[in-house]
Structures are given as structure tokens and as C-alpha cells.
Design a protein around this ligand. Sequence first.
Ligand code: UDP
Length: 378
Amino acid sequence: MAQTNLPKTILVVFGTRPEAIKMFPVVHALREDPRFRVVTCVSAQHRGILDQVLEISGIVPDYDLDLMRPDQTLDALTAALLTGLGKVMDEVQPDWVIVQGDTATAMSGALAAYYRKLPVAHVEAGLRSHNIYHPWPEEVNRKIIGTIAKLHFAPTDVSAAALLAENVDPATVHITGNTVIDALHWVTAKIEAEPALAAGLADIEARFAGKRIIGVTSHRRENFGGGLENIAEAIRRIAARDDVALIFPVHPNPNVRKVMDAALSDLPNVAMIEPLDYPHFARLLSIAEIMLTDSGGVQEEAPALGKPVLVMRETTERPEGVTAGTAKLVGTDVDTIVSEIFTLLDDKAAYSAMARAHNPFGDGQTARRIVELLANDG
Ligand code: UDP
């Protein structure tokens, strides 16, 4: 790359809610820095729930491929992503392409950049479950990105070690923390300044006053089918207790909606609600006593807030919380989920052992580190 005093053009590519949450701190930091010209491109692999994050974070994408289609296959999505993102790259001619995480958008962004020999920087690099079907297809997506990237921003020493074990050049691997903590700090400060931003749960909070709140999210592809049915059954059994209430923002994916609507809509102490925007989700994290989830991001946010998190997966690529004892893998077996929740509700010592705030995923300064590394080309 030619050394000039011109700002570097950075093409930031993302498409889903979690990518947007983890990418907006980087976009903010790049925008504030005169050494860069930032171009944002969203695939809109998720539409509505992506737009919620764009709006709160003040990002108006320069390119919006608007690729979400009902019942889209991974083949069709990937083909459209490659073609669409490739065209944007030809037009923008960026110095760097940045992708985040492990979605089809991130993988296709890296591949389209590689086809043009453009350097790729990978935010949240090195997460591995070592099982290509859990999570599917993300484990392979991130391995492909790991093969292509010229700069790897690993959130922790665990993720950095996973890259080194795959013989990635150590000079290209940097432990930066995870931008999700930057995002959480940012949104928390924003809510403090403007409480109305997270006041939309007030009715539910009033309805459930005096109850112990469990926050639930579930959307994993590999849980579609039997896994989701088990999760629904576990929620029914937990909700049989009248001292608890479950707040469950339901992912818009119809596979999730159908199962949950059929199984849970008659329960007075289960609030199945629309996906929350990020400030309201931060509010849910703060009022919940326990989080029950199969999400990746929630596994990182909950420990930062000292909330025990039960992870409805067989494996996790985020073992840091499990190692520290603030997260526990409970899979999707009904009895296991119910008994782990009851233990946390009824055994004070078990609860306090898990309810320690700790921050293996960063100090909220990750975006700043990433920007410095990009300025120096690593
Ligand atoms: N989230 C949100 N609203 C919701 C549910 C989740 O803003 O109703 C946020 C959450 O704070 C986290 C991210 O979305 O940062 C996680 O996204 P998701 O669980 O969809 O994906 P994953 O992290 O598993 O890839």
C-alpha cells in the first residue's frame, strides 16, 4: 500500500444486529479520527433489528444492499453477498476492509476482498468451538475469515492462542478486547443521559413487580426444531413457579416465533415481546436476576454486569465466562435447564458464586486500540 498523507479509506461491512452492535464503536472511533475516511456498507442480512442498532448508534450506511429475503438459503444469501459486496469494493477501492465475527456477511466480505487482494481486518477474531456444526455455519465462516485476514483483533488471550495454534502469523494477531464492552458502556452512558431511551419496559416491569426476573433469548440455528421445543418446555416448567417472571424478546426468525408462540402464549408470567432495541436490552440485562440464552453476545455482556448466564448450547466459543464461573453450559435438555435455573433461584451460595462482575472480554477501549492498529497497518 502506498504511503501517503491522505486518509486511509476503510470499508466497514456488516449485516446483522450483533455485528452492528460490535461494529458501531469502531465506526464511531474511525469517524472521529482524521487519519481515516470511513465508508459503511450493510448487507441487511437482518433488516428490522439491524435498523434498530443503526438508528441508536447514528449510522446511516453509505451502501445498503438490503439482502434479507424470506426463507433465503445460505447458498442464495452467500451468492448475493459476494456479488453485492464485490461491486461495492470495486467502487470504493478501500485501503482496508473490516468485518466482524462470523456471519455469512462477514465471511463473504472477507472473500470478496480477498478476490480483489484487498487487506482484511477481522474484529472478534479467533473464536473457535472446534466443532464445525456448533455453531453452524459460523465456525467455518470464522475459519475462512481467519485464513484471509491480514489483521486479527482477538478479544482475549484464549482467542489469540486459537489463531496461533492454526499457524497464523503472530505479528498479525493483537489482543484488543471485545468491542461489545465498548458498546455496552456507550449505551449505558446514553441511557443515563436520557433515561427515556430505555423506559419502554415500564409496563412489564410494573406487571412483574416483586417477581424475580429471568431474561431469555434464543435464536441459534442449530437449536431449530427439537432444541427450541425443549427450550420452550423448560420455560413452561420454570414459569410454573409464581415467584418468577420471564421476559423473552423473541427473535424475528419464523422458526423461533412459531415454536414459542405455540408453547408459551398462555402463560401470565412469561412476557414474549418484540426484539428490544439495544438500550432496552441493556435495561433487561440490568433488571434480570439470571440470563438464559443461546446468544453469543449475551454471554459477553452478562458477565460484565455480574449477571449469571446459563448458555443453552453444547459448546461455546466463548469459554472465558465458563472458566471464570460466571457462565454455565446447560445445553437444551429440559431437566438440566430447569434444575440449573432452580439452583440459582434457591441456592444463595450458588447464585453469588456466579454473580461476580468480571470482564474477560475487555475494558471498553477496544475500538480505540483497533483504530491505532489500523493507522499503523498493524
Ligand atoms: N440484543 C438486543 N435486543 C434483543 C436481543 C439481543 O439488542 O432483543 C443484543 C444483545 O445485547 C447482544 C446482541 O443483540 O449484544 C446479541 O445478538 P444475538 O443474540 O442476535 O446474536 P449472537 O450474539 O448470538 O450472534
